[in-house]
Design a protein. Structure first.
Length: 147
């Protein structure tokens, strides 16, 4: 778990690829701890600092996690099952890591219009009082565009 994530540069759509929407897809996001805000910046560069606000030109959006916090159920209530039968059609356990989507259309369009072919993604995690929080955990990040 980290309080800052910096990606390798992601490939942006070519200027000829006209898209209506762009999303960042975060896979297997851990939401088992406290609530937090993850501020997302695209193409901000290595000099981007934690105190960059939502008025920063690279700000693309925020991912809000309403965290689970401490377990108040019976013993075993918050233990995620490790093995599930492929024919088990019950809903996933409430603490299984889950995908989250953040729409970043305006930020991606600005970068494409500026002639950028690639851009890194920076994510800073803030707790409820704005404090740095080491809570961000996910398995994969993808940029998706839709025509």
């Amino acid at each position: 778990m980290v309080d800052r994530f910096h990606s390798k540069p992601l490939e942006l759509p070519a200027p000829a690829h006209h898209f209506e929407r762009a999303d960042l897809a975060f896979y297997d996001v851990d939401h088992s701890g406290p609530s937090y805000e993850a501020r997302i910046y695209i193409g901000g560069g290595r000099g981007l600092r934690r105190n960059a606000g939502i008025d920063h030109p690279a700000y693309a959006g925020s991912l809000y996690i309403f965290g689970h916090g401490a377990c108040h159920g019976e013993e075993g209530h918050c233990e995620v099952p490790q093995d599930r039968d492929p024919f088990d059609y019950r809903l996933p356990h409430h603490l299984e890591p889950a995908p989250r989507i953040v729409t970043v259309t305006d930020a991606v369009k600005r970068l494409v219009e500026a002639g950028k072919a690639k851009a890194a993604v920076d994510v800073f995690v803030h707790g409820p009082e704005g404090e740095p929080l080491k809570r961000l955990s996910f398995s994969q990040l993808r940029l998706l565009t839709y025509v």
